[in-house]
Design a protein around this ligand. Structure first.
Ligand code: TXA
Ligand code: MG
Length: 321
C-alpha cells in the first residue's frame, strides 16, 4: 500500500467511512484513526500498531455535546474539567454505553474519551459525525509521532493516508484521568498538569502503582522508547564516564553538560521553557535514534508541572527489561 501525506479532509473522511485508517494530527501526538463503530477498522488499528488486544483505545469526539451518546454518567468533577479543558489534551475515563464495543475498551466498562484540539481533525470529526478510535500512530512501545514524517517512518506502507497538520503543538500525550466519586485519579500524566487540574478545585490522586499496569497500558513499564538504549539519570556526567568508550547522545533540558561534544547534545529549550521542551521531546528522540549512538543519556527534568510528564515518558523509555 502506498502512503500519501496531504491535507485533504474529504479524502480522509472517505477512507474512514470505507473502513480504512488515517493518521490524524492532534495537539498532542499524531493518532492512528479508524471508525470506532467499525469492528474491522478497530482490528486494523491493533494489527497495524502491533498492539495487543488487551490495550484499550481512546475515542475522539468533535465536541462535548456528543458525550451523552457514548457514556452513561458524567461525574460533577468531569463536567467541571470538560468545561475548562476541552477541546484539549485531557482524556476522561467514563462508564460506557453499549454503542461502544468491548474491542475499544478491551473489555472494561469504562471508555476513554477526548476532544482533540487541532483544526484539521476537528473539521474531520465534524464531517464524519462518528467517534474516531485513535491510539498514537506509532508501533507498540515505540516513540510517539509528532510530525507526519515520524508516522511515515513507522507506519509507511501500512496505511493509505496521513493528514498533515504540521508539528504537534504540545508534543506529549493527553493526561488520562478517571473518577472515584468526585476524586480525580491520574492514570497517565500528560500535557495537562496536575497543578492545572488542582487549580480547578478538584481532589487529585495517582492511580495506585500496583494496579496501574493492569488498568492502563500507557502505564506499561516499557513504552515510548527509541531503539537505542536510553538511560535517565540525575547525574549525567557520571553516566557519561561509565560509557567513556562509546558514542554518547545526551538529552538535557537547557544546559549542555561537560565532557561530551556539543553536536552530540540536544537541549530541548535553551531558555529553560518547559512547554517548549515538552513540544520537542519526541522529535529530538526520533533524531537521536537515527544518529547511531551507542547509548542515549537523558538528564532528569525538574519533577514539577510538565517535567513530571516528561520524566514519566523518559522513565518508561529507559525500562529496557
Ligand atoms: O494524546 C493522546 O492521548 C493520543 C492522541 C492520538 O489522542 N492518544 C494516545 O493513545 O496516546 P494511546 O492508545 O497511545 O494511549 C491511550 C492511553 C493509554 O495509557 C491507555 O491505557 C489509556 O489511554 N486508556 C484508554 N482506554 C482506557 C480504558 N478503558 N481504561 C483505562 N485506560 C485506558
Ligand atoms: Mg501511545
Amino acid at each position: 500500500m502506498k502512503t500519501t501525506i496531504g491535507v485533504d479532509i474529504e479524502l480522509a473522511a472517505s477512507i474512514i467511512t470505507g473502513g480504512g485508517l488515517v493518521a490524524i494530527p492532534t495537539e498532542t501526538v499524531y493518532g492512528l484513526a479508524g471508525n470506532a463503530f467499525d469492528q474491522e477498522a478497530l482490528h486494523s488499528i491493533f494489527r497495524v500498531k502491533g498492539r495487543p488486544l488487551g490495550n484499550p483505545l481512546i475515542i475522539h469526539l468533535a465536541d462535548s455535546s456528543q458525550l451523552n451518546q457514548y457514556v452513561s454518567f458524567i461525574p460533577k468533577a468531569a463536567v467541571k474539567l470538560i468545561a475548562r479543558f476541552s477541546p484539549g489534551p485531557l482524556t476522561y475515563l467514563l462508564p460506557k454505553k453499549d454503542v461502544i464495543s468491548d474491542l475499544v475498551t478491551a473489555g472494561s466498562d469504562k471508555v476513554a474519551v477526548r476532544f482533540p484540539n487541532h483544526p484539521l481533525t476537528k473539521a474531520l470529526l465534524r464531517k464524519l459525525n462518528l467517534p474516531l478510535a485513535a491510539p498514537s500512530a506509532n508501533k507498540f512501545t515505540a516513540l510517539s509521532p509528532t510530525l507526519p514524517e515520524h508516522v511515515l517512518d513507522q507506519l509507511g506502507g501500512e496505511i493509505p493516508y496521513i493528514l498533515d497538520g504540521g508539528p504537534c503543538e504540545k508534543g506529549i500525550e493527553s493526561t488520562v484521568i478517571g473518577f472515584e466519586d468526585d476524586e480525580v485519579i491520574i492514570y497517565r500524566p500528560g500535557s495537562i498538569t496536575i497543578d492545572q487540574l488542582k487549580a480547578e478545585g478538584v481532589n487529585v490522586s495517582y492511580l495506585k502503582k500496583t494496579a496501574a499496569h493492569l488498568q492502563s497500558p500507557g502505564m506499561l513499564p516499557f513504552h515510548y522508547a527509541p531503539k537505542t538504549k536510553l538511560i535517565l539519570t540525575d547525574q549525567p556526567e557520571a553516566e557519561v564516564n561509565r560509557f567513556a568508550n562509546g558514542k554518547i547522545g545526551v538529552l538535557v533540558f537547557s544546559k549542555p553538560i561537560q565532557g561530551v561534544p556539543i553536536d552530540q547534545q540536544f537541549a530541548l529549550s535553551e531558555q529553560g521553557d518547559i512547554e517548549e521542551a515538552a513540544s520537542k521531546l519526541y522529535a529530538a528522540l526520533h533524531i537521536m535514534d537515527k544518529m547511531n549512538f551507542d547509548v542515549l543519556i537523558a538528564a532528569r527534568f525538574p519533577e514539577s508541572g510538565l517535567g513530571i510528564s516528561i520524566n514519566d515518558r523518559l522513565q518508561r523509555a529507559s525500562s529496557h527489561i
